[in-house]
Unconditional design. Structure first.
Length: 141
């Protein structure tokens, strides 16, 4: 039997797609969301779901609840779906030692999420970027 995989942000359509894919591959997805009842949690492939703190409002509590969920479920893999969950989880990787998180480290993730840095770096590696106009204030837009 394949392992339990925790999937965050069950209210997101992307989470539903992940849960379906994992379930069809024989994994046992367990869904968490801020509401407790979610789109991904309602999937026939979800082995369960639970409410969890909001990673934007209570990041420390979010990590503690994820850690307890990992321990309780025996999950071997954690897949954060939305950026807030991903940033909190990646920053707390040392606290979540008992589970694999299939993403780069938090600093690399921040760099690849920095649109200005990506736009500045793209031409250096041969990727064309459309001409950009940056508005200094919302009134200038």
């Amino acid at each position: 039997m394949k392992p339990v995989v925790i999937v965050t942000d069950g209210e997101q359509r992307a989470a539903l797609a992940v849960v379906r894919s994992l379930g069809r591959a024989g994994y046992r997805p367990y869904v968490c969301s801020t509401e407790g009842r979610s789109l991904a949690g309602a999937s026939r492939y979800a082995t369960g779901e639970t409410a969890i703190a909001d990673p934007l409002r209570e990041p420390e509590l979010y990590v503690d609840e994820i850690a307890r969920l990992i321990e309780r479920s025996g999950a071997e893999l954690l897949i954060p779906i939305a950026e807030p969950a991903l940033l909190v989880v990646l920053a707390a990787r040392a606290h979540l030692r008992d589970v694999r998180v299939p993403f780069v480290d938090v600093e690399r993730f921040r760099r690849i999420s920095d649109k200005a840095l990506v736009l500045a770096t793209a031409p250096e590696v041969g990727i064309a970027v459309p001409r950009q106009c940056i508005a200094a204030t919302s009134a200038a837009a």
